[in-house]
Design a protein around this ligand. Sequence first.
Ligand SMILES: [Zn+2]
Length: 69
Amino acid sequence: MRIPDDAPETCPACDADYDSVSVHDAGLLVNLLDNERYRRVCFEPVAGADGEPLVAFYHHTHGQVGADD
Ligand SMILES: [Zn+2]
C-alpha cells in the first residue's frame, strides 16, 4: 500500500503512528479478527482532487497500538 504525499504524520483519528494509508470511494469489508499484520484501522473522511467524498483508511500494526505489550 502507498501513503499519499499529503498524509499526516500520525493518524488523524487516534493520533497513533500508522503503517499505511489507503483511500477508497466505495464500501468494503474490513475484518481484522484474524489479521496477523494489522490490529486496527481508523477511518477519516477526505475530499478527492475534484472534491469527491472519499474515506482514508489508516492501518495500525499490533505494535503501533500497544497490542504486543
Ligand atoms: Zn488510528
